[in-house]
Design a protein around this ligand. Structure first.
Ligand code: ITT
Length: 205
């Protein structure tokens, strides 16, 4: 059994490697197969997850699992949302992307923690070469903090304080951010929550 992990994002890839480890499954990344990155032209997480998984399944002939995710900030009407990667520019500068979020929060006069709420969303699409697709969605609520805290993780992690916790995702170990291990149904991060649903439905340990 081979599964293609249809992402070119190193941070996501590391997390999927962690999450998939307990399952005796051969995985290969889209990058390792030399698959191109299809343009993400959708306007929803589901549409973009579909584009990536279908492209990888079609090109490889194996089932492919994609992840489309992002940070949705309430005071910014859900931005950056599906454009979370774009806000970092072609040089993938997430310090800049986080500064951009903060500047927009300041313009919106979002000062108190209650005014700075948001969530991470991840939609996983499992696509088969024959055309079948299945979806798993995970979300985690939190508060946007400034300045960013911590250097672990990737993307917007240092700005995101998950509800009920005292450390940002940037200050958490991978295990703590996932909050999940095989056999469990609960999880913390959006990706681990979506993955837990995927694992329960698709994988046996
Ligand atoms: P692939 O499409 O190749 O998977 P990508 O980085 O372009 O990689 P997305 O289009 O889904 O992926 O963009 C999602 C962005 O949202 C991503 O680049 C991160 O900056 C951010 N993001 C998603 N999950 C995150 C997480 O767990 N921690 C921090 N930032 C996250």
């Amino acid at each position: 059994d081979t599964l293609v992990v249809a992402t070119h994002n190193k941070g996501k890839l590391r997390e999927f490697a962690d999450l998939l480890k307990p399952f005796g499954l051969k995985t290969v990344s889209a990058g390792e197969l030399g698959l191109p990155e299809p343009p993400e032209t959708g306007t929803t997480f589901e549409e973009n997850a579909t584009i990536k998984a279908v492209a990888a399944a079609t090109a490889s002939g194996y089932p492919a699992l994609s992840d489309d995710s992002g940070l949705c900030v309430d005071a910014l009407d859900g931005e950056p949302g599906v454009y979370s990667a774009d806000w970092a520019g072609s040089d993938k500068d997430f310090s800049r992307a986080m500064r951009n979020v903060e500047e927009k929060l300041q313009l919106a006069k979002a000062v108190s923690p209650e005014a700075r709420t948001g969530r991470f969303v991840a939609v996983l699409c499992l696509a088969f070469p024959g055309g079948e697709r299945r979806y798993y969605r995970g979300e985690v609520e939190g508060t946007l903090v400034w300045p960013p805290r911590g250097t672990i993780g990737f993307g917007y992690d240092p700005m995101f304080l998950p509800e009920g916790h005292e450390r940002t995702f940037g200050e958490m170990s991978a295990d703590e951010k996932h909050g999940w291990s095989a056999g469990r149904t609960d999880a913390l991060s959006h990706r681990a929550r979506a993955f837990a649903l995927f694992a329960a439905a698709e994988l046996q340990d």
